[in-house]
Design a protein around this ligand. Sequence first.
Ligand code: ATP
Ligand code: MG
Length: 391
Amino acid sequence: MTDAIHINQRVRENAENLTLALESHMLKVFAPDARKELRLFSAGEAAELLGISPSFLRKLHFDQRIPEVHTTPGGRRHYSAEDLLTIRRILEETARTPGTYLRGRRDGDKVQVLSFLNFKGGSGKTTSAVHTAQRLALKGYRILCVDIDPQASLTTLFGYRPEFDFLDSGTIYDAIRYESPLPLSQVVQKTFFSGIDLAPGGLMLQEFEHETPQALLNNIQPPFFARMATALQEIEGDYDVIIFDCPPQLGYLTMSALCASTGLFITIVPNMLDVFSMSQFLQMSADLLDVVSDAGASMEFDFLRFLINRYEPHDGPQQQVVAFLRQLFGDEVMVATMLKSTAISDAGLTQQTVYEVERSQFHRSTYDRAVDSLNQVNDEIESLLQKAWGR
Ligand SMILES: Nc1ncnc2c1ncn2[C@@H]1O[C@H](COP(=O)(O)OP(=O)(O)OP(=O)(O)O)[C@@H](O)[C@H]1O
Ligand SMILES: [Mg+2]
């Protein structure tokens, strides 16, 4: 017994020390009351995102078809995310094919809801979810990110401090809880990243896991698997794509996101231990999906893809695992992979993504390789969305 008390105290001390250390880390990384701010993009980046050539972009300025943007004394133009959207709107007005520059959904298209999952911790769910959200937003899509992980890593990446900002309320839990749920619009936050809104996550979400068994016994409607979809109905008209970052477990929260999804991405690190763990994950998911679909959940997905993360193309055993997965799952394995990159992990150290950091902060080739790999992944995801909308 005495031992247990000591351990309790020790854990509490550790927790308190860590909280203090993290606070001071955050103070160093961000000024005390600073909000995150999105950087400007170079002309080259802007042209790439708009899908036009740099010379055409220059010509648009020369012809005064688009407003002037921030220009350095040396004459270099820099574009904000808002500038990019303005340019898209102008180009779209005169585009020969509608939907060339604004590729979001049109009348009759359903909102696309993507879940990044796997119960293996650290397989890259949050990293891929946030990079996909940001790339799609920069390409003009209206994005809602939903953080259903009690760890709230995604919420942290958007510059919030979940343990302070949403300790008792303000997370997605409020919109799916069984007792007087709030409209989802009341928890949705604008973020520093233009084009992305966030339904925050936080520890409160754990309550949903605890309350669901009792709610099932009491037959509270809608049941757990339909609650996320029900909550989304109110706001889905405002977005093209909704992105769920799931916790590393196959609980009620994950099931609820699954049942609201139109597309699934299972993130997988290509080593045999992870593949074994994924095999159990798929087996369990199949069993659970059978149960909820018998209970009346709709299970129609437009696509399911395996997304290989932390890939090291020169590593022999990894190559073998990837070949094995491709042979087994065929087209369901995404062609593009997320390379293992210190640019991704280093950016993560300061709660940033590769799209947020400046190229000059990194070794050029390291940065370019990471960006190329992420762009390829996200552009493949974009084409899945376009296909689901019948284009
Ligand atoms: N391709 C990559 N290259 C280098 N580091 C990566 C890569 N992908 C993810 N990481 C790093 O690995 C860590 C775990 O990634 P991430 O948080 O995305 O995993 P997760 O599946 O969301 O984890 P959890 O299960 O805890 O939610 C992070 O520190 C992230 O920066
Ligand atoms: Mg995560």
